[in-house]
Design a protein around this ligand. Structure first.
Ligand code: PBG
Ligand code: ZN
Length: 323
């Protein structure tokens, strides 16, 4: 006696009927990088198809995204002036605040998420205020600034805040800041389990956010740790996060499943820059069927337990899903 699994694989319609996991354009959040200026659309060498754009170009991009059925974006800002605390990020006329207002004016139906961090805004490239004695980021002073930055985004009209700095207590601090400014209905999607990963390499080119000294290992997680990865996300749930996240995605699918099994909150994955670049470069070299590998990868995230996928592939995947 044995089981004939192949019985359900013979007919393509039956194959579809018994398919357990499905991708949808509603799963995607598309990253956008906004820069001061006009008519700017600069492709980054390490990430073909991904651009730094001025606000006017982003507004055109949103029209294209909506035509594809993508209504959710995550915004990253590249300021003109960087300083030790990242002032541009806490200014009502800073790059992100003005971008949110401009996009919303033309596209009120676009769902705008903002990455909430300081590494793009500080002259040292770290994710908060420096603690010069300990050569790291000062946790609790950074918390005050994160709350301030969140209220700036909220006042500009953002739809969801996504803090990515891995400071302890960041969700408590941001929630408190938002609530006391009257934004108790603004959701927080926490980068709750974020590893210190070499897969962010290309992102730091496009966001111009490489640390000028050292690395991020004193705040981002050690890739070797599984128990800590679960605890980090559960802590953010306790502090009031509405959505959790694992980042990067591809090398951490065990963590995605672990967190899915430990929390009932929606879970996002960030399919990061290095993961995207690897597929693009392999395609360029002619060694993979790019579209099939891409769809298989995205499906893998969902099967592992992701409800939301932040991905640079969103437009390409949408074209395939819409076909
Ligand atoms: C900022 C931030 C980073 C990414 C998202 N938000 C970079 C970092 O932590 O160094 C990485 C995204 C990607 O690689 O695509 N803290
Ligand atoms: Zn950062």
């Amino acid at each position: 006696m044995f089981t004939r699994f192949r019985r359900k694989r013979l007919n393509p319609i039956l194959r579809d009927l018994v398919q357990e996991t499905r991708l949808s354009i509603h799963d995607f959040i598309y990253p956008l990088f906004v820069k001061y200026g006009e008519g700017i659309k600069t492709e980054v060498a390490s990430m073909p198809g991904v651009y730094q754009m001025s606000v006017d170009e982003i507004i055109k991009e949103c029209t294209e995204l909506k035509a594809l059925g993508i209504y959710a974006v995550i915004l990253f800002g590249i300021p003109k002036i960087k300083d030790s605390v990242g002032s541009d990020a806490m200014c009502d006329h800073g790059i992100i605040a003005s971008a949110i207002k401009a996009i919303k004016a033309t596209h009120p139906d676009m769902f705008i998420v903002t990455d909430l961090c300081f590494c793009e805004y500080t002259d040292h490239g770290h994710c908060g205020v420096l603690d010069l004695v300990h050569h790291t980021v000062h946790n609790d002073i950074t918390l005050d600034n994160l709350a301030r930055q969140a209220v700036v985004h909220a006042k500009a009209g953002v739809d969801m805040i996504a803090p990515s700095g891995m400071m302890d207590g960041m969700i408590t601090a941001i929630r408190k800041g938002l609530d006391s400014a009257g934004f108790e209905n603004l959701p927080i999607m926490s980068y709750s389990t974020k590893f210190a990963s070499a897969y962010y390499g290309p992102f730091r080119d496009i966001a111009e956010s490489s640390p000028s000294f050292g690395d991020r290992k004193s705040y981002q997680m050690n890739p070797a740790n599984r128990n800590e990865a679960i605890m980090e996300s559960l802590e953010d749930e306790k502090e009031g996060a509405d959505i959790l996240m694992v980042k990067p995605a591809l090398a951490y699918l065990d963590i995605v499943r672990d967190i899915k099994n430990h929390s009932r909150l929606p879970l996002a994955v960030y399919n990061v820059s290095g993961e995207y670049a690897m597929l693009k470069m392999a395609a360029k070299a002619g060694v993979i069927d790019y579209e099939r590998v891409m769809m298989e990868t995205l499906l893998g995230f969902k099967r592992a337990g992701a409800d939301i996928i932040i991905t640079y592939h969103a437009k390409e995947a949408a074209r395939i899903l819409n076909a």
